[in-house]
Design a protein around this ligand. Structure first.
Ligand code: GRF
Length: 205
């Protein structure tokens, strides 16, 4: 069966990448094929996960480029060379410009650890998201997969899953539960859904 070549962009631990790898292994990804992992940091656990799964991986560090445009040019070059049709941001800690995202409309998705539009946008990443959710006192949080455009966390929502906040939750315990109960479940599902849409559009052309 024809598959949609998918690149996963990472910066850290890569548990979401692992969820995608496991989903592919367990035939939960039928249309998306994880064919490339790109990290903007050397030495991160996500790269080890890619190696272990036998997935091609690249490191592109922003520091090596004079500006954002050149960094994104290189990123694009690697994506084109590898015939990538779908980009999954899974803990990728570098904001992409509108110039870049405009090239991939409907083809870049991101996972965010809250129910957008709560606790999202510039500065809301990592533990901060969960700290703010606890501080506000919401009783339900969760995760969102959305399309990526020039506005951080501003693209159309694809999938969400709610997670209950417990009385004794700390930012850390909440982060772990949101990952396990929401992120790792909806990211593979949304990736497959978007890959199917891309394949269908290609067949209709
Ligand atoms: C996740 O919480 C994700 O929602 C956010 O960054 C974190 C990445 O974790 N965008 P991991 O690298 O997938 O373990």
């Amino acid at each position: 069966m024809l598959k949609i070549k998918t690149a996963v962009l990472v910066s850290g631990g890569g548990t979401n990448l692992q969820a995608l790898i496991d989903a592919e292994k367990n035939d939960l990804l039928e249309t998306a094929e994880i064919s490339l992992v790109i990290s903007n940091k050397e030495g991160v656990l996500a790269l080890e996960r890619a190696d272990k799964a036998g997935i091609k991986r690249e490191v592109i560090s922003k520091k090596e480029f004079p500006n954002q445009m050149d960094f994104e040019e290189k990123l694009n070059q690697i994506l084109v060379e590898n015939q990538i049709e779908l980009i999954v941001l899974a803990g990728f800690m570098s904001i992409l410009s509108g110039q870049f995202t405009d090239r991939y409309v409907g083809r870049i998705i991101n996972i965010h650890p809250s129910l957008i539009p709560s606790f999202c946008g510039k500065g809301f990443y990592g533990l901060k998201v969960h700290e703010e959710a606890l501080k506000y006192g919401v009783k339900i949080t969760g995760a969102t997969v959305h399309y990526v455009n020039e506005t951080p966390d501003g693209g159309q929502i694809i999938m969400q899953k709610a997670v209950e906040i417990l009385e004794d939750d700390s930012p850390k315990t909440l982060q772990q539960r949101v990952m396990k109960e929401a992120e790792h479940i909806i990211l593979p599902q949304a990736t497959e859904q978007v890959a199917r849409r891309i394949l269908k559009e290609r067949e209709e052309k």
